[in-house]
Design a protein around this ligand. Structure first.
Ligand code: EPZ
Length: 423
């Protein structure tokens, strides 16, 4: 198991270039099942979630080639019954394969997806939505350990999501893109990654309308074709570097950051005292004083403050002057990292299981454990501001969503090394 050894940073500075967004690329990889032509996806970071998703694609017969940051996928022959159960249960995004498999093959044998343990993460909205599109879903099999058996080609219909689930919206979009009928989804998620998936689907010949609003209509096509596609950049990675600059009193330029995708995040860091200048090709962030507390932050579906930025903002507020309150409304177990921050001297009180009361402190180095992706990123941000040296165990969690967080931060002047801990 690897660990990061982080020394307190002194005013990060310089330029960092963003790559494609993990949460765009993962559904786009799954969407390649919808065509038997070759698809090229540009600008992909080397993340373990992406390599696991590619492994799932290969387990059902896809041909995959990775050339630097470019991924080529060809789904000429697909077998919906051979999905790799181990990989499926490792990552949340494995569930995205269901809609495309049903649209392409009319059947699928899947297993419960995995992912960061930030909550129960059910898939009822995915399965109920597919049932509304004419798919027969047999979950009883799950008890007998043979997975969830789905039969039927989605034939269009109307789905009303009781919650704007990102994954369920994406699965249903893909199920509708290659079908005989029209699919209407009310109550959709509106994240930039949804808009990006719709743009990809339309690039391979689908007809998806309304992405970014709470109503998406898809006119199904019976055949889709190949394409070359460059996904949007990663707004959560951008927010992570923004926080790193803010806690270290630095001045950085995040090339490729899309301000329009980050309004809520930019608003919060400006409220905490960071200076943020949005330009055509990126965002400059600098901070010449200690951050200020932010009275109240509540995570919400887009365009609200993103849950994936919550741990990272809490880490920054743990060093700020004053008292902040942060409430998490999407996931029921997303504050575990706070106990690790307390080992670094943070003053965080959890009120119930979804509100953190943070009183900014001077942090000190400690041995801490990353337990999920964004919690690990939060510990790294906090370690940049902590006196002394911090050892962050469980780097495999961080590697799920950041190509090499230590190299990126070191390019801005941080002092982080990766060690292999044999114990
Ligand atoms: C996506 O997860 C992202 N993952 C998450 O990012 C992100 O935190 C989340 O959206 C919210 O923005 C990927 O895109 C791969 P949801 P997803 O379905 O699709 C409940 C990261 O760090 N729900 O919008 O799983 C669910 O329990 C990851 O990059 C149901 O009840 O999120 C949660 O409370 C972490 N039934 C809420 O909806 C369902 O069938 C939001 O989940 C599905 C979801």
């Amino acid at each position: 198991m690897d660990a990061l050894v982080v020394t307190k940073a002194n005013k990060l500075s310089g330029k960092i270039k963003l790559k494609g967004a993990k949460n765009s690329i993962l559904p786009i990889i799954a969407a390649c099942v919808l065509t038997s032509d070759e698809v090229l996806i540009r600008d992909c970071p080397k993340l373990s979630d992406i390599s696991d998703m590619l492994g799932i694609m290969q387990s059902i017969g896809a041909k995959v080639q990775v050339n630097g940051d470019d991924i080529t996928i060809c789904c000429r022959q697909i077998n919906p019954h051979t999905i790799d159960r181990g990989l499926m249960s490792k990552i949340r995004s494995s569930i995205f394969i269901l809609g495309p498999l049903l649209a392409r093959c009319g059947e699928a044998n899947i297993f419960m997806p995995g992912g960061c343990e930030i909550g129960k993460r059910p898939i009822d909205l995915h399965l109920d939505g597919l049932r509304k599109l004419g798919v027969v879903v047999d979950e009883e099999c799950a008890e007998e350990n043979c997975g969830i058996v789905c039969k039927g080609t989605p034939k269009g219909g109307i789905v009303t999501l009781k919650y704007p689930s990102v994954g369920a919206t994406e699965n249903l979009m893909m199920a509708g893109a290659l079908s005989n009928g029209q699919t209407t989804i009310y109550g959709c998620a509106k994240e930039p990654e949804i808009v990006d998936l719709a743009a990809f689907l339309n690039t391979i010949g689908a007809r998806v309308y309304g992405a970014g609003s709470n109503l998406i209509v898809i006119d199904g096509k019976r055949c889709l074709h190949g394409a070359r596609y460059k996904p949007i950049t990663d707004r959560i990675a951008a927010g992570t570097y923004m926080a790193a600059a803010a806690v270290s009193g630095g001045d950085i330029y995040i090339e490729g950051a899309i301000g329009d995708h980050m309004d809520a995040t930019v608003y919060k860091f400006r409220a905490a005292g960071a200076h943020i200048i949005e330009e055509q090709r990126g965002i400059r962030v600098y901070c010449d004083n200690r951050l200020k507390a932010i009275k109240q932050t509540v995570t919400l579906p887009y365009p609200g403050f993103p849950t994936d930025m919550q741990p990272i903002l809490v880490a920054a507020l743990a060093t700020a002057k004053g008292k902040s309150v942060v409430t998490e409304t999407l996931f029921e177990n997303r504050f575990r990292f706070a106990y690790q921050l307390e080992r670094m001297g943070a003053d965080i009180v959890l009120d119930g299981d979804n509100t953190a009361i943070i009183k900014g402190q001077r942090l000190h180095g400690a041995d801490v454990y990353a337990q999920d992706l964004r919690g690990g990123a939060a510990l790294t941000v906090a370690a940049l501001a902590a006196d002394g040296i911090t050892l962050i165990n469980g780097v495999e969690h961080i590697d799920r969503g950041y190509e090499s967080l230590e190299n990126e931060l070191n390019s801005l002047g941080a002092n982080i090394s990766r060690i292999n801990k044999t114990d």
